[in-house]
Design a protein around this ligand. Structure first.
Ligand SMILES: [Zn+2]
Length: 109
């Protein structure tokens, strides 16, 4: 496994442990923050492009699971072009996966 330095987007300091990492989607990118930097800077500033809810941690995992279940439900219980709607529910899963591959797996638990 290649170790990678994760730099907080706010304070430009290295993020050392997984517990201190908060990943957020911003303009379709996944951005890493320290938990403290996230709390002081971003919490509550959600919009269409800036989704200020964290991707990682328990809340991120729960919303990913809900997205998967809802996406599957839409896919299996609708027909034709409605099925395309299911794809939108799978987008958060891609972000969640990217957050893990790009940042979380490089940090100590
Ligand atoms: Zn920071």
């Amino acid at each position: 496994m290649v170790s990678k330095t994760i730099i907080c987007d706010k304070c430009s300091q290295e993020i050392m442990i997984k517990d201190d990492l908060v990943t957020v989607t911003m303009f379709f990118e996944v951005i890493p923050y320290h938990e403290g930097c996230y709390a002081s800077d971003l919490k509550g500033t959600g919009s269409f492009f800036i989704n200020s809810r964290p991707l990682n941690g328990l809340s991120g995992t729960i919303s990913t699971v809900i997205s998967i279940l809802f996406g599957l439900w839409v896919f299996f219980y609708t027909e034709g072009s409605f099925r395309l709607i299911a794809l939108f529910f799978f987008i958060p899963i891609l972000y969640r996966l990217y957050s893990y591959l790009a940042y979380e797996r490089h940090l100590e638990a």
